[in-house]
Design a binder for this molecule. Structure first.
Ligand code: SF4
Length: 376
């Protein structure tokens, strides 16, 4: 089994915090879709016979593509991929792109899951983040998708904004719960280097949320959503009734994936590849029959470290027998030795040969994972 990721690097405007690769005002969508199809032809053998069972269209903004181009993309891939056998086909959408007609067009494609970049239900927050939609548009967009027949809908939220207080985060969470969705993701605002947001921070024009307040907002998120019946199955992801994001979960479970498009990443347990992050050079390369990526061969230490920082993010944790089988008994012993202080402090637990970060440890999970890495 393998995942297929398609990167759609078009945005109408750029949000202040974003460091994903995307461009604005480009009129090359048609050539780009054809390049994605050509890249699939050139690289599908990298999956070494594994069947594609999850597909994810991410961005950028996939909902910047017209229904006609999306049909072209799915028709082109459909000669090789059995969509009916896929467990999940997710499409990332921005609320300002979703009309009733667009949602119906999406429902006529093999897509069965929508991930909506809502980020906040406060119009002040949305203006600050330079999002292009309002809270009312986000609510209407979710309803359009639901009316079009989508049951698997997820929204993304961001917390820890400058000046955000527990009361406004609570209002956000209440509005999210009112939508009664099977899945929610919530991310702490990160000041990524090189973004306009980071420049504002460096200039002293915005102040980062401090650790104490961040922890409080994180606990509020966890407590509110778990009380409403959601399971925190990954640090930032919550699902009801087992409605996990299957494509993303496969990233955390060491499943290979092929990433197509400018700046897309691929992984096959031996190599990590990153396509060129330049739209025009990507298209020109693919049109000339060349795949333009950098690759890194993954040695055993790198694969062990990757395992630590993916598996420990999830409620399923790290399979210690798997560590011993893939990296040797010594590495399992090393892992448990490094985890010992966290086990003693109740930030980790070990049951059924699986090491997990406890709910109390999740907020400091970065530090715990850093301690377990192997630095030879
Ligand atoms: S957050 Fe999404 S919509 Fe905003 S610039 Fe980044 S990719 Fe584009």
């Amino acid at each position: 089994m393998a995942g297929l990721y398609l990167h759609i690097p078009f945005c109408r405007t750029r949000c202040i915090y974003c460091d994903f690769y995307s461009t604005v005002g480009e009129a090359v969508q048609e050539r780009y879709v054809d390049a994605l199809l050509r890249e699939w032809e050139l690289r599908r053998n990298e999956l070494a016979g594994e069947t594609v069972d999850t597909i994810y269209l991410g961005g950028g903004t996939p909902s910047q593509l017209s229904p006609a181009l999306l049909h072209r993309l799915f028709d082109g891939l459909g000669s090789d991929i059995d969509y009916a056998a896929c467990r999940e086909i997710t499409f990332e959408a921005n609320p300002d792109d979703i009309t009733a007609a667009y949602a119906e067009a999406l429902a006529s494609l093999p897509i069965d899951r929508i991930s909506m970049g809502v980020q906040s239900f406060s119009d002040d927050d949305l203006r600050f983040l330079r999002r292009r939609h309002t809270a009312a548009q986000a609510i209407a967009a979710v309803e359009c998708c639901r009316r079009a027949g989508f049951k698997r809908i997820s929204i993304d939220l961001i917390y820890g904004l400058p000046h955000q207080m527990p009361a406004s985060w609570e209002a956000n969470l209440r509005q999210a719960l009112a939508l009664d969705l099977p899945h929610l993701s919530a991310y702490n605002l990160i000041y990524e280097e090189g973004t306009p947001l980071d420049r504002l921070r460096r200039a002293g024009e915005v102040q980062e949320c401090d650790d104490t307040l961040s922890l409080r907002l994180f606990e509020q998120l966890r407590d509110t959503l778990t009380a409403a019946g959601y399971e925190q199955y990954e640090i930032s992801n919550f699902a009801r009734s087992g409605a996990y994001a299957l494509h993303n979960t496969s990233y955390w479970q060491d499943v290979p994936y092929l990433g197509l498009g400018a700046a897309a990443h691929s992984y096959d347990r031996k190599f990590r590849r990153r396509n060129i992050a330049d739209l025009h050079r990507y298209i020109a390369g693919i049109e000339a029959g060349e795949t333009c990526y950098e690759e890194e061969r993954l040695d055993a230490d790198t694969r062990y470290n990757d395992r630590i920082i993916t598996a420990l993010r999830t409620m399923w944790g790290l399979d210690l027998d798997g560590v011993a089988a893939d990296f040797g008994e010594e590495r399992r012993a090393y892992c448990l030795r490094m985890a010992a202080p966290h086990l003693q402090a109740g930030l980790c637990e070990c049951r059924d040969n699986r090491l997990r970060i406890t709910p109390n440890g999740l907020f400091v999970s970065d530090g715990i994972m850093a301690d377990l890495l192997y630095v030879g």
